[in-house]
Design a protein around this ligand. Structure first.
Ligand code: SF4
Ligand code: SF4
Length: 352
């Protein structure tokens, strides 16, 4: 519940542009080189808790057409407060009726976001490997929403840091104002896999994406080529283990907008996100996670696994077979997660 609360409050706080608020003594934006600015902002992001971070130019094709209305966030937050603290809605002011919500004019992102705000700091937040070995369980769902909640902490601090350097900032998380995964690809954090997720060289798909759009001039990183699409052509484990059959099993990648949840212009495996969400709703779950858990790129961050990820496009189906034989995709039971020694259990940040 606390995750849901932070999610709502953070979502409200991050649904608009933060104007600069210079600290005492600074009368104009901090001037530096784009290289130093990128280095500084990335170190700040790591300090605030990013597992991986990169920078890119903003491709406005990744922006949503509209953003969620502040009034919606307020209503959601009031509803949640009512549920959590048992307060009457009257104490928190009037909330909109469902009919009123439907008539809200949603703000246009393209109108709101100034053209000068054309740089992005993109962050990935690692989710725990052991929690994700237990997909469709309480520990995996809890870890998913911990990461979603933590992204608010990270991006609000990072936006404030950028504000204090004298620049505008629009923090974003899982709700927009744009698509995080293509921004992460542009920022060199990985490639998109068959499962529609970012595949990072060290953490695979076990990341949640967030960041800050800003007018602070920054040196952009370059996209990387680690051969993910080539390997995915020989592997369809995510599709085989998707209970809603939302991930294609064939190799017909397309640049068309096949579903109302996919956009056009980039050749990829189209994911039927509505079907995925309908499966969650039908089974009363708030995350499934099999497309993360079963992916061979989802491994502990060790030198051996980084080497395997590097070799994956060459090894192809042999690596898929090896993954199955070694039992990596075998789900573990939840009881064994709770039974771990807390003083020897170090979730996340496991680069070895
Ligand atoms: S979350 Fe589950 S249902 Fe949705 S695409 Fe991934 S594997 Fe399929
Ligand atoms: S499970 Fe296999 S096909 Fe799916 S994204 Fe991972 S590597 Fe690609």
């Amino acid at each position: 519940m606390s995750s849901a609360l932070l999610f709502k409050v953070g979502s409200f706080a991050t649904s608009h542009i933060w104007e600069p608020e210079l600290p005492p003594g600074l009368t104009e934006p901090y001037q530096t080189t784009p290289e130093e600015a990128a280095q500084t902002v990335k170190m700040a992001a790591k300090h605030f808790g990013a597992s991986v971070v990169g920078t890119c130019k903003l491709n406005r094709n990744w922006l949503f057409s509209h953003r969620y209305h502040n009034e919606n966030w307020k209503t959601d937050a009031k509803d949640l407060f009512t549920k959590v603290f048992g307060l009457e809605k009257g104490l928190l002011g009037p909330v909109m009726t469902p009919e009123e919500r439907k008539t809200l004019q949603l703000p246009h992102v393209d109108d709101e976001l100034p053209q000068e705000m054309n740089n992005v700091v993109v962050c990935g937040i690692e989710m725990d490997y052991e929690a994700y070995r237990r997909t469709l369980s309480c520990v995996e769902v809890a870890e998913t929403y911990r990461a979603y909640s933590f992204d608010k902490f990270l991006i609000m601090h990072l936006a404030l840091f950028i504000n204090y350097m004298g620049y505008r900032a629009w923090p974003f998380g899982s709700y927009g104002p744009g698509l995080g995964i293509p921004m992460a690809v542009d920022a060199g954090l990985g490639e998109m896999g068959r499962n529609g997720l970012l595949i990072n060289p060290e953490l695979g798909p076990r990341l949640r994406i967030c960041g800050v759009i800003t007018d602070m001039p920054m040196q952009p990183d370059k996209p990387i080529d680690m051969g993910v699409a080539k390997f995915c052509e020989t592997c369809a484990i995510c599709a085989d283990n998707c209970p809603s059959e939302s991930i294609p099993k064939d190799n017909n990648r397309t640049a068309e907008a096949v579903y109302n949840t996919t956009n056009y212009g980039v050749k990829k495996w189209p994911i039927d996100a509505s079907k995925c969400k309908a499966y969650w709703d039908d089974h009363n779950i708030s995350a499934c996670g099999n497309c993360v858990h079963y992916c061979p790129y989802n491994k502990p961050n060790t030198a051996m696994h980084r080497m395997a990820a590097h070799m994956a496009p060459v090894l192809g189906s042999a690596l898929v077979k090896m993954d199955e034989t070694l039992g990596y995709s075998e789900p573990k039971d939840v009881a064994s997660w709770w039974a771990q020694n807390p003083n020897k259990f170090h979730p996340r940040s496991t680069r070895k």
